[in-house]
Design a protein around this ligand. Sequence first.
Ligand code: TXA
Ligand code: MG
Length: 325
Amino acid sequence: MNPTPVNAQSIALAAELLRQDKLVVIPTETVYGLGGDASNPAAVRKIFAAKNRPVDHPLIVHLAYPKQMADWACDVPNQARRLAAQFWPGPLTLILNKKNSVPLEVTGGQSTVALRVPSHPAALWLLREFGGGIAAPSANRFGRISPTEARHVIADLGDAVACVLDGGPCMVGVESTILDLSGNRPVLLRPGRILRSELEAFLQTDIAVKTAHTIRAPGMMAVHYAPNTTAYLCPSDTLLENAREQAAQGRRLGLLVFERHDADWPDHPTIALPCKPETYEPELYRALRQLDQAVCDLILIEQPPQDEAWQAVNDRLAKATVQGE
Ligand code: TXA
Ligand code: MG
């Protein structure tokens, strides 16, 4: 199957497919999503089947307008309204207490629902045309790297979907920041482009960070986002030495480094990424896929700085790599 260019005709067709309980892949500013009618349990079940995703892992419901929050959440706290007004459309997902009418299939059996208004023009266009909520996890098979280009989706999901809308490369490139507002105080469930400190400054309140073992979120599982090739994180100062050692043992390496390196690796596929998170993030998943396809024995990834701006990248890299080596 080929990706479909975004135009009035393909958007109308995609909306019609959604009405027929079929799955449509939608570009968002973060990653491509595998979309189905969120109000229809049959469509939602197809999403889980296509992704091979365990049914208790909840999906994000994408909306065209912030005011639609009230269709899905039983109470919309003031903090949610304020955040939506400030950060939507954009890469922020809010967890709210769900209305009874929201199918449990979407929420993985939980009493909360995840909502987001994406900023990609194609996603917004389709959402407006369709009118309802579109449930969409990242359009990859469960546990694999999220797709940031239409061709990644075709490679991963192929015939499982009726239509793949091609919205070009995703501009943010890492999944949305997830903030849980369903309890007494806000909790960050997944770091993303919108930083916890930004949200804290805006809300004028502390935001707790949920720890992995208390969470039912696949994005928090250690095996998530992994390439097939074993990957290791390596601090900058030992990267070259480490790579030479591995190469001396006859291993073929894939290297993911920062652009500032001028080392020459003639026999080793090397991808150099920008030194800023805003430009690194949109290239990360494409780079991991490319290195995965280069048939290496292992991938060495240069460790980014530890400061907050790199938190989303560090979170995803921790999940893509073997720890404690
Ligand atoms: O940027 C994104 O968020 C992308 C695009 C397509 O919007 N979507 C995405 O979906 O990353 P997915 O399914 O790969 O990740 C959604 C995350 C999961 O970690 C899921 O567990 C969490 O959201 N989530 C959804 N509903 C939840 C809920 N009610 N409570 C806690 N976590 C929830
Ligand atoms: Mg995902």
